[in-house]
Design a protein around this ligand. Structure first.
Ligand SMILES: [Mg+2]
Length: 250
C-alpha cells in the first residue's frame, strides 16, 4: 500500500523539497549568501557556490553545519560565534543568520507551495490510518507547515527549534528521525523515512528505519541521474521523482 513495505505504520517526512517547494528557495538563499561572502573575500574571480555544493555540503543539514561544511570545502574556517550573532558578523552563526534573512525575504516574495503529489500522498496516508510526522532541520518548520495548511495532516513535528532545544544531533545523524518515531509512538522499523537530501537518507539508514524513500526532483526527465545515484548509495531503498508515483501502488 502506498509503496510501503509490510509492517510500516508511520511516515516521517522531510519538509523542504519533499512536501514543499522550499528546497529551491533554500538553494537560492544559500547561493546569494555564499557568493556575496566569497566575492568580498576573494574578489571578482571567486568560484561561485554551485548546486553540487548545495547537494554535497548544505542540503538537509542544520544551518550552522551547512555553513561550516561548505566553507571547509573551500579551506575557509570562521569562528563559531553565537546563535544570536547579527547577520553582518563574520562567524559561522553570522553567515547562517544572513542566509536565514535571505530565505525569509524569498519566502515573502515568492510564497511557499506544497507539491500536489505530496498532498495526495498525505491525504491517502491519513485515510489509511498511518501516523504522520515531519522531521526537518529547518527553524521555519512550523511556519511553513501552517502557511501551506499541511499541519492538518501532521501529528508530530521535529524541526530545527526542537533539535536545538533538545540538543539532538542534526542530519546526517539519525537523532531527529528517531525523535519523530518516538513522538508517534512507533519503533523505527515500523516507520518509513521520505527524504530528498543525501544527509537525510543517511540519517534514515543509520536509524534502522523500515524503509527509506529518496525523492529526486533534480531532473524529472532523468530518474537515473547523479543525485538519484547518490541517494541510493547513501541509504535510499527506492527513489521517486514525486510522491504521486507511490499513491497508486499496491
Ligand atoms: Mg529536504
Amino acid at each position: 500500500m502506498l509503496g510501503l513495505t509490510k509492517g510500516i505504520t508511520a511516515c516521517l517526512f522531510d519538509l523542504d523539497g519533499v512536501l514543499t517547494n522550499t528546497a529551491k528557495l533554500h538553494m537560492a538563499a544559500w547561493k546569494a549568501t555564499f557568493d556575496a561572502f566569497l566575492q568580498e573575500r576573494e574578489g571578482p574571480g571567486f568560484a561561485p557556490f554551485t548546486e553540487q555544493d548545495y547537494l554535497d555540503h548544505v542540503d538537509g543539514r542544520p544551518r550552522a553545519d551547512g555553513v561550516r561544511d561548505f566553507l571547509a570545502s573551500r579551506q575557509i574556517t570562521l569562528p563559531e560565534g553565537a546563535a544570536d550573532d547579527p547577520p553582518t558578523a563574520m562567524t559561522v552563526n553570522g553567515v547562517g543568520n544572513r542566509k536565514n534573512a535571505a530565505l525569509r525575504s524569498l519566502i515573502a516574495e515568492r510564497g511557499v507551495q506544497p507539491y500536489p503529489g505530496s498532498v495526495r500522498y498525505l491525504r491517502a496516508a491519513q485515510e489509511a490510518g498511518l501516523r504522520i510526522a515531519v522531521v526537518t532541520s529547518s527553524n521555519n518548520g512550523a511556519a511553513v507547515l501552517e502557511a501551506t495548511h499541511l499541519d492538518q495532516f501532521v501529528q508530530a513535528r521535529i524541526d530545527g527549534q526542537v533539535i536545538t532545544k533538545r540538543h539532538l544531533r542534526g542530519k546526517p545523524a539519525p537523532d531527529s528521525y528517531l525523535a519523530g518515531a518516538q513522538a508517534l509512538g512507533v519503533e523505527p522499523s515500523a516507520a518509513a523515512v521520505f527524504e530528498d537530501a543525501v544527509a537525510g537518507v543517511e540519517a534514515g539508514h543509520a536509524g534502522g528505519f523500515g524503509l527509506v524513500v529518496g525523492v529526486d526532483r533534480t531532473d524529472q526527465e532523468l530518474r537515473e541521474g547523479p543525485h538519484a545515484d547518490a541517494l541510493r548509495a547513501h541509504g535510499a531503498d527506492v527513489v521517486v521523482s514525486d510522491l504521486a508515483e507511490l499513491v497508486a501502488q499496491p
